[in-house]
Write a protein that binds this ligand. Structure first.
Ligand SMILES: *[C@@H]1O[C@H](CO)[C@@H](O)[C@H](O)[C@H]1NC(C)=O
Length: 214
């Protein structure tokens, strides 16, 4: 990615994300009763941290495996990836599609996020969770340990809308840009929580992704 593209990307995100954070927090507080002890304010920051990295990786044709539940052995079913109505078998198929679409050139097909929203899908998500997380979630009084030992056992639905641009602006043969809408379900990376957490591991992983160019 050139510096120009990078700068444009982060400028593009900043106001949107601040807006999304405030909006998400208000929503979360309004519906907070289902999450008695989960720190709900971590929800939108979780999506904020994840989404720009994910689309940067897509635009850069980077390996995407680490973004999906298939990178955590605690999840036994593969992630669900649906692109324009086509169900892809695995992450490598998606990578292949992206490479093909952009002729193997990075930042040739560029996804720009224009809006982002996040909400809790399941406030007590324990699929594949280690026992101590299951106990925390089952506890009516909340976790007794220090805050750093608590975990947001949630699944989060992230809704993204944006624009896909094809080719350089000077390339007359490139197809016109298209709006897209994407729904992503994020679940905890169980390898990134607790005392034995992987260093630098992603906190959230994609369990399901539905992308549509409009
Ligand atoms: C994308 O959506 C916006 C808002 O609905 C619309 O104004 C714009 O023309 C659309 N752009 C494309 C390229 O379809």
């Amino acid at each position: 990615m050139t510096w120009l593209a990078k700068a444009r990307f982060s400028f593009l995100f900043l106001p949107i994300l601040i807006e999304a954070a405030v909006e998400g927090l208000v929503k979360a507080l309004a519906g907070g009763s289902t999450c008695s002890y989960t720190d709900i304010s971590s929800l939108v920051p979780a999506a904020e941290a994840f989404i720009p990295k994910f689309y940067n990786a897509i635009n850069d044709l980077q390996p995407l495996g680490a973004f999906y539940t298939s990178s955590c052995e605690k999840y036994t079913t593969p992630p669900s990836i649906t692109i324009n109505g086509h169900v892809l078998e695995d992450v490598s198929k998606f990578e292949f599609c992206l490479k093909t679409q952009s002729n193997g050139l990075t930042n040739r097909v560029v996804h720009e996020v224009q809006s982002l929203d996040a909400q809790v899908l399941n406030p007590k998500y324990i699929n594949g969770a280690p026992d101590w997380v299951v106990q925390q979630v089952a506890s009516t009084t909340g976790p007794s340990g220090p805050a750093k030992d608590r975990v947001d056992a949630l699944s989060i639905m992230v809704q993204v809308t944006g624009l896909v641009k094809y080719g350089h602006s000077t390339d007359r043969e490139a197809p016109p840009p298209r709006n897209f809408s994407e729904h992503i379900v994020l679940v905890p990376n169980w390898n990134a929580v607790g005392k034995n957490a992987q260093r630098g591991g992603r906190r959230w992983l994609i369990q399901s992704e539905i992308f549509r160019a409009l």
